[in-house]
Every structure is written in structure tokens, then in C-alpha cells.
Design a protein around this ligand. Structure first.
Ligand code: PGA
Length: 254
């Protein structure tokens, strides 16, 4: 049984005060949650204070991006070493907004994944097709390439420990969710690909989140699919009630 993992990606939202209030509420309301991993990914400026509030709680902190180098002359960037120092356990890499607006490539994602494991941080590696790619029947080719190259610098044990996130770009922030069947089809294909490259034991362990307009009202159906091991939540992670709605659905199945 893979343990579910629910992560909130705050993107470029919330001040330190707003984020602190949110995680204080989440920390208290999640105190008895035990059957899943919960992660929040604040904006970089809020990571350290948020990690302070969450120290000793069951909620882990993630970065939303990183550079692959440990340090150096890369104005505006931050490294895995710095994210770990600030309190992160996970780092999101390859998010479609980074790929789309900041020219993040599969090769760059592979370097970041390598650097994160070198510093005992867990990548949450995002993949997903655009609407145009889906409509021209390229979904499986695009995702296969993102998975193959993105994981290429990792060992089978590292792939078993990574978190993948399938986020169809057309479902992000649009209110238009993939149907559970559409999502499961891609998740199963990703797991099959991992099995082919890294072996079945690795594929059985790797967790694959779904992301794209996940909210309390559709979480049950999505998370009920055999190959969907959690959710990467954007908009619905910005308030305690919306995020808890997703978490409590999972918890109630204990
Ligand atoms: P959304 O974002 O839930 O607002 O669609 C998901 C994501 O981009 O991680």
C-alpha cells in the first residue's frame, strides 16, 4: 500500500502573516491525521517562518523550485542546500508554470532531481500535457519524454522514493478537472513506464499525485483510483477549510 501524499502549492500567493495563520490552523486541525503525508509549498520568502510554525508537526514544507548548483553567482535563484537550511523536506520541480513561463526543460529538471537527492530532499516532479498536445493525441509521448528524461539521473531506489505529479496543463487553475478515468489512464501509463525502466518493485513504490483543480468535491473520486496516490493542490490549498476538505476525505477512510 502506498501512503497517500497531499501537497498544497501556494504558488505566488500569501504574505508571511497570511501563510503563518494558514499553517497554524492546518497544524492544529491535522494533529490527529496519521494515514497520509501532508506538505505545504509556500512562496520562497515565507518558507523559513512557515517551517518554524510547523516544526515538530506532521506537516512538511516544500520549495516550489530550486537551482541545481549548491551555491554561486545565480542572481535570483536558491539552492537545495538553502532550501534544506530553511526547513524544506520536499521541492517541487518541473511545474508546468515553470516550464511555460521560465523555460524549464526536461534536462534542467533531471539536474534538479539529482541535486535534491544529493542533499536528502525529495523532489515532487511534475509532468503534464497542454491542451493542444492532448487534442493532437500527443499526451502519452509528451509525458513519456518528461518522465524518461526527468528521472534519468536517478537510481532505481531514488525513483522509488520520488514523488511524481501528473498535472494536465489544461486542468490547472481552470476549474476543469481531468475525469478520474482520464487521470488514471495517464497514471497507469507512467507507472508502467517506470516499471519498464526501473523494475516493477520501483514502480510499485513510486507515488504519483494528480494535480489540476483538485478540491474537496472531486478528491474522493480522483484519489479512489488505483494509481493515484495523492494530490498536488493549488487554489484549494490557500484556505484551511478548502485544504482540510481534501485531507479529511482521505482521513475518513482509515
Ligand atoms: P490548481 O493548481 O489546483 O489551482 O489547479 C494545481 C497546481 O498547479 O499544482
Amino acid at each position: 500500500m502506498r501512503r497517500k501524499i497531499i501537497a498544497g502549492n501556494w504558488k505566488m500567493n500569501l504574505t508571511v502573516a497570511e501563510g503563518t495563520a494558514l499553517v497554524t490552523a492546518l497544524r492544529d486541525r491535522c494533529a490527529k491525521v496519521s494515514n497520509m503525508d501532508i506538505v505545504v509549498a509556500p512562496t520562497a520568502t515565507a518558507i523559513y517562518p512557515i517551517a518554524q510554525v510547523l516544526a515538530g508537526s506532521m506537516i512538511a514544507v516544500a520549495g516550489q523550485n530550486c537551482h541545481w548548483a549548491d551555491k554561486g553567482a545565480y542572481t535570483g535563484e536558491f539552492s537545495p542546500v538553502q532550501l534544506k537550511d530553511a526547513g524544506c523536506k520536499y521541492v517541487i520541480i518541473g511545474h508546468s508554470e515553470r516550464r511555460q513561463y521560465f523555460a524549464e526543460t526536461n534536462e534542467g529538471v533531471a539536474k534538479k532531481a539529482r541535486a535534491l537527492f544529493d542533499h536528502q530532499l525529495t523532489p515532487i516532479l511534475c509532468v503534464g500535457e497542454t491542451l493542444e498536445e492532448r487534442e493532437s493525441n500527443k499526451t502519452f509521448d509528451v509525458i513519456a519524454e518528461q518522465v524518461k528524461v526527468g528521472l534519468s539521473a536517478l537510481s532505481a531506489d531514488e525513483v522509488a522514493a520520488i514523488v511524481l505529479a501528473y498535472e494536465p496543463v489544461w486542468a490547472i487553475g481552470t476549474g476543469r478537472t481531468a475525469t478520474p478515468e482520464q487521470a488514471e489512464e495517464v497514471h497507469a501509463a507512467i507507472r508502467k513506464q517506470v516499471a519498464e525502466i526501473y523494475g516493477q518493485a520501483t514502480a510499485d513504490k513510486v507515488r504519483i499525485q494528480y494535480g489540476g483543480s483538485v478540491k474537496a468535491s472531486n478528491a474522493a473520486q480522483l484519489l479512489g483510483q488505483p494509481d493515484i496516490d495523492g494530490a498536488l493542490v493549488g487554489g484549494a490549498s490557500l484556505t484551511a477549510d478548502a485544504f482540510m476538505g481534501i485531507i479529511l476525505y482521505e482521513e475518513s477512510k482509515k
